[in-house]
Design a binder for this molecule. Structure first.
Ligand code: NDP
Length: 450
C-alpha cells in the first residue's frame, strides 16, 4: 500500500518539529499539521517569552546593586507595552525561523487543525492525507479546575497579551508556572499575592530547595498564603475578588484586574479523532511504550500529550529517538534518568537527580549522605544584600555515587546543566572532590563540599 507520506506529524511544537526534521534528514517524506503559530507552547507562550520576561524582571535588582559598586542611583520604570511588544516580536521572528527550517528540510506544512480519520488517514483542512506512520505531538493546555468563578482568572497564555501591567496580581497555584510568574511580575514592580493549597511551593522538589525559594520570594515581598482552599472568584467593579480559607479563617483579596490560574496543564486531545483509532488514553494522556508507540502500531506520540515529563528537551529527545529508530536504522529510546530542570524564579533554582526524600526512600537513611552549603555569593557583598545561594549534593554511601544535585541561586540553571553531565556519567563524590574548582565562583562549591 502506498501512502502520501512516510511520516505525518500532528503538532508543530518542539517535539513535532524536531521529529519531522530528523525523519526528513533520513530521507523520509514528511508532512506536518499545525493550526496555530509554529513552535508550540515553548516558543509562543512558554519557555521563550517567559525567559525574556525573567530577564526583564531582574533589572531593578541590578540597578540597586550597581550603587554598591559605585554607580550613581538609577530611577527607572518598565514600560509594559514596549516590553511585551519586544517579546512578541522575538516570538514572531522565531516562528519565521521554524518556517524556514521546515522548508529547508522539505517538510510540507499544513496550516490546519488535523483530525485522525483512521490509523493511516488524517483530515487537514478540507484535504485527506495518508501516511505510513503518524506522530501525535499536540502538547498540552492549561486547566481550569472546577472552582466557582474560575473563568474570571487569566491563564498563563493570556499574560503575553496583556495591554497593561497589572498593579496587583493574584497567582493561584504553587507549581513552576505560578512561581515563575509571581517572581516575574514582582520583579517588574507589581504587587504579587500567591495562594497555594499546600504548605510549600513546588511540590516534588527537594524540601530544602522548596523552603529556600519560598523564603527568598517572601523576603523579596511576595505574599504567599499557604494551606489555602480556594472558595471562589468574583468579578467586581474593583477587580477580581478571590476568596479562600486558611487555618486563620476565610480571607479575601482583590486583584486589580488579573488573577492568574497556574493550576496545572493537561494533554490537548480534544477533537483529535483518537476514537477513530486504537490509540489508548490513560488518565487523559496518550499511553505509549518506551519507543513512544501507542496501542495503534503505526501511531506514535511524544511530548506533553503523553504527560510523562512536561519539558521541551524531553519532547525533542523522545521525538528524535523515534525518528532515529524508525527512519535512521539506530534503535534507541529516551532515558528518563537524571533529567535536569530549572525553575526561573527569583532566586533561580535548578536540580538534577533524586531529592533527599527520594534517595532515602530508595536506598534507606543509613545509605544516604547529604552535603549542604549555604552562603552569600561574593557579588552581593558590596551591595550589602543578604541574598543566599544554597547547594546540596546527595550521595549514596555504599557506592559513593552522587544521586542528586540541587541549587538555589544566581545562574543555577547554567551550573546544574554541567553538573548533570557528571550525574549522567555516574560520577562519584570522590570524582567531584578531585575536580579543580574555578575560583572565585559559586559553582566551585560543588567540588569543595566536605
Ligand atoms: P504544576 O502541576 O507544576 O503546578 C500546579 C499547581 O496548582 C500546584 O501548586 C498544585 O497544587 C496547584 N493546584 C492544582 N489543582 C488545584 C486546585 N484544584 N486547587 C488549588 N490548587 C491546585 O503545573 P504548572 O501549571 O505550574 O506547570 C505545568 C508543567 O509545565 C510543569 O509540571 C512543568 O513540567 C512545565 N513547566 C516547566 C517549566 C520549566 O521547566 N521552567 C516552566 C513552566 C512549566 P499541589 O502541588 O498541591 O498539587
Amino acid at each position: 500500500m502506498s501512502y502520501d507520506f512516510d511520516l505525518f506529524v500532528i503538532g508543530a511544537g518542539s517535539g513535532g518539529i524536531a521529529t519531522a526534521r530528523r525523519a526528513a534528514q533520513y530521507g523520509a517524506k514528511v508532512g506536518i499539521a499545525e493550526y496555530d503559530r509554529l513552535g508550540g507552547t515553548c516558543v509562543n507562550r512558554g519557555c521563550v517569552p517567559k525567559k525574556l520576561l525573567v530577564y526583564a524582571s531582574h533589572f531593578p535588582n541590578a540597578f540597586e546593586e550597581a550603587v554598591g559598586y559605585g554607580w550613581s542611583a538609577v530611577s527607572s520604570q518598565v514600560d509594559w507595552p514596549t516590553l511585551i511588544t519586544a517579546v512578541n516580536n522575538e516570538v514572531h521572528r522565531l516562528n519565521g525561523i521554524y518556517q524556514s527550517m521546515l522548508d529547508k528540510s522539505q517538510v510540507k506544512l499544513f496550516p490546519y487543525r488535523a483530525k485522525l480519520l483512521d490509523a493511516h488517514t488524517v483530515e487537514v483542512g478540507d484535504q485527506k492525507v495518508t501516511a505510513d506512520k503518524i506522530l501525535v505531538a499536540v502538547g498540552g493546555v492549561p486547566v481550569r479546575p472546577p472552582i466557582a468563578g474560575i473563568e474570571h482568572a487569566l491563564l498563563s497564555d493570556d499574560l503575553f497579551n496583556l495591554k497593561e501591567q497589572p498593579k496587583k496580581l493574584v497567582v493561584l497555584g504553587g507549581g513552576y508556572i505560578g512561581c515563575e510568574f509571581a517572581s516575574i511580575f514582582h520583579g517588574l514592580g507589581s504587587e504579587v499575592i500567591q495562594i497555594i493549597r499546600g504548605d510549600k511551593i513546588l511540590r516534588g522538589f527537594d524540601e530544602d530547595l522548596r523552603s529556600e525559594i519560598q523564603g527568598a520570594m517572601e523576603k523579596h515581598g511576595i505574599k504567599i498564603y499557604t494551606s489555602a482552599d480556594l472558595i471562589g472568584l468574583e468579578q467586581t467593579a474593583d477587580g477580581v475578588v478571590v476568596k479562600f480559607k486558611t487555618d486563620a479563617g476565610e480571607e479575601t483579596v482583590i486583584a486589580d484586574a488579573v488573577s492568574l490560574a497556574a493550576l496545572g496543564r493537561k494533554p490537548n486531545l480534544d477533537n483529535l479523532g483518537l476514537e477513530n483509532t486504537a490509540v489508548e488514553v490513560n488518565a487523559g494522556a496518550i499511553a505509549v511504550d518506551t519507543y513512544s508507540q501507542t496501542a495503534e502500531p503505526n501511531i506514535y506520540s511524544v511530548g506533553d500529550c503523553t504527560d510523562k515529563v512536561n519539558l521541551t528537551p524531553v519532547a525533542i529527545n523522545e521525538g528524535r529517538a523515534f525518528a532515529d529508530t524508525m527512519f535512521g536504522g539506530q534503535s534507541r529510546t529516551m532515558s528518563y534518568e537524571n533529567i535536569p530542570t530549572a525553575v526561573f524564579t527569583t532566586p533561580e533554582a535548578a536540580t538534577v537527580g533524586l531529592t533527599e526524600a527520594e534517595s532515602v526512600e530508595q536506598y534507606g537513611e543509613d545509605q544516604v549522605k547529604v552535603y549542604r552549603s549555604r552562603f552569600r555569593p561574593m557579588y552581593y557583598t558590596l551591595p550589602g544584600k543578604d541574598e543566599k545561594t544554597l547547594m546540596k549534593l546527595i550521595v549514596h554511601t555504599e557506592t559513593d555515587r552522587v544521586l542528586g544535585a540541587h541549587m538555589v541561586g544566581d545562574s543555577a540553571a547554567e551550573i546544574i546543566q554541567g553538573v548533570a553531565i557528571a550525574l549522567k556519567m555516574g560520577a562519584t563524590k570522590a570524582q567531584f572532590d578531585a575536580t579543580v574548582g574555578i575560583h572565585p565562583s559559586s559553582a566551585e562549591e560543588f567540588v569543595t563540599m566536605r
